[in-house]
Structure formats: structure tokens, C-alpha cells
Design a protein around this ligand. Structure first.
Ligand code: HPA
Length: 273
């Protein structure tokens, strides 16, 4: 067995010492969006730093634990806080928990993130269902020797975000009077926010929002055969008239304000699975 597979197996074996039950859904929550975990009937929480081979999150607003519990009547695995490339992890480390979830039996991955709006129709606090992405210089987590046990060398990426889940989410949003957009997420490495020229470039190439996560996790998930659903919370506007700057505090605050909508959407979506 390759070293990579060996590590994954060790991590899964460790987690399996605490949880033998199965969950088909995994959730990874974005910056300032960790409160969904309060809705979960927690059965067990395992701190990331106790889990062999797991990276440790360093970002303010992130809860560093893997949670197993019940949401909307379904068993779920939840990562309260994710690993970002800009923290210094490799793309493969960023993808590691996704693969762990897959080996634990997860087939549906729900992702949330905070993102900068570049579509002129978007306002701070809006939600956007991701229907496609553009990787703008993010490092592909599948670089290197392929793990055939996980997936194919050249995965198809024509539908990274599952159309059936998008349809369900739109129905849930409509039934709950949540205004929701649909569009393209542009993944960047960060940690700088974009220059004005970069936000403009992203808008020209077809991005609706831009953020520093999600793309690598989605690629890893598609590679190992999961279906993915992802939502961005628009926390700041990249294309704007004023001369204001963008701060991490403002991003976290906007995420916090919009979070109840996201929590409802995810809870109802999990219920419907
Ligand atoms: N750019 C990149 N990442 C982000 C942004 C942004 O404007 N807002 C939140 N995450």
C-alpha cells in the first residue's frame, strides 16, 4: 500500500475506534460559518489535533474538531473549520479530510464558504449556490502519483456540483423565501484579498464570486466519487464604487449575519437526502 493510503487507513482506523455508525453526508463549514454545528445533536467530537495525520486549523473563527452527530434526522460528519492552502498546507493536506470522509462511507459532501462578490447583482449577505468553478492558480490536489484505489487518473469535471442537489436546494430556498443566486466560484490561493484589477479580471473570465477554499476539496471529492453541493456567502464586494478596503473582520461579521439562512438551507437539504 502507498504511504498516502496507509495514512488514510490509519486515520480512519483511529476515528472508527470512537464511531462505528455510518453517515452518508459530510459537511465542511467555512470561515465564520461554524454555527451550524450548534444545530447538530452531537454524538462525538474529536479535536483535529488528536486525529493522526490530520492538519490543525490556525484561522480565527474556525473550530478545530471533527463532529459526528445528527442533523435533520440524518447522521452526518461535520468539519467545524477547514484547512486552507494559504495556511501553508499542501493541496493534498487540504484534501485529506475529504478522502477520510469518503473512506468513512460519505457519498455526499456539502461545503460552505465566505466569498467576495464580483457579480454586480450581488449584495453583502447574499447566498450563492455554486454551479461551477474556475481554479485561478489554485494547486490541484491530485498532482502526483494517482491513487487508483481512490479514483481515476483523469477525472471528468463537467459537473462538479451535483445538479440534483442544486435543484433541491433551490426548492428549499424558494419554500423558505430565501433569495438565492446561482453562479461560478473562482478559487484563489489568498491570503491577500484581490486587487481591484484582479476582481475585474475574475468578473471578465466568468466568476461570480471569489474565495480561498472549496475548489481543492471539490476536486478531491469528485475524484473519489462523491457528489458535491456548495454554497458561498457573499461577505464583501470586490467590484464596488467606494474606495473602502476589505478586512477579515468584516468578512467574519457578514458571514455571521447570513449564517441562519445557510443553516436552514443545509438542515433542510440534509433532511431531504
Ligand atoms: N476574496 C477572496 N476570498 C474571500 C473574499 C474575497 O473578496 N471574501 C471572503 N473570502
Amino acid at each position: 500500500m502507498s504511504e498516502k493510503m496507509q495514512q488514510l487507513r490509519e486515520t480512519v482506523a483511529y476515528i472508527r475506534k470512537y464511531v462505528s455508525a455510518e453517515a452518508g453526508t459530510g459537511i465542511i463549514l467555512g470561515s465564520g460559518l461554524g454555527n451550524l454545528s450548534n444545530e447538530i445533536k452531537v454524538e462525538i467530537e474529536i479535536p483535529y489535533n488528536d486525529i493522526p495525520h490530520f492538519p490543525v486549523s490556525t484561522v480565527k473563527g474556525h473550530k478545530g474538531k471533527l463532529i459526528f452527530g445528527e442533523l435533520g434526522g440524518q447522521k452526518v460528519w461535520v468539519m467545524g473549520g477547514r484547512f486552507h492552502f494559504y495556511e501553508g498546507y499542501t493541496a493534498e493536506q487540504v484534501a485529506f479530510p475529504v478522502r477520510v470522509m469518503r473512506l468513512l462511507g460519505v457519498h455526499t459532501l456539502l461545503l460552505s464558504n465566505a466569498a467576495g462578490g464580483v457579480n454586480k447583482a450581488f449584495k453583502v449577505g447574499d447566498l450563492m449556490i455554486i454551479n461551477d468553478h474556475i481554479s485561478l492558480f489554485t494547486v490541484n490536489p491530485l498532482l502526483g502519483k494517482n491513487e487508483d484505489e481512490l479514483g481515476t487518473r483523469f477525472p471528468d469535471m463537467s459537473e462538479p456540483y451535483n445538479k440534483g442537489l442544486i435543484k433541491k436546494a433551490k426548492e428549499i430556498a424558494a419554500a423558505n423565501k430565501i433569495e438565492i443566486h446561482e453562479g461560478v466560484y473562482t478559487g484563489v490561493t489568498g491570503p491577500t484579498f484581490e486587487t481591484r484589477a484582479e476582481y475585474k479580471l475574475i468578473s471578465i473570465v466568468g466568476g461570480d464570486v471569489v474565495g480561498m477554499s472549496t475548489v481543492q476539496e471539490t476536486i478531491a471529492a469528485i475524484h473519489c466519487g462523491m457528489q458535491v453541493f456548495a454554497v458561498s456567502v457573499v461577505t464583501d464586494l470586490g467590484i464596488r464604487e467606494e474606495e473602502n478596503v476589505i478586512t477579515h473582520e468584516e468578512v467574519l461579521q457578514a458571514a455571521k449575519d447570513a449564517e441562519p439562512k445557510l443553516t436552514l438551507l443545509f438542515t433542510e437539504l440534509v433532511k431531504s437526502l
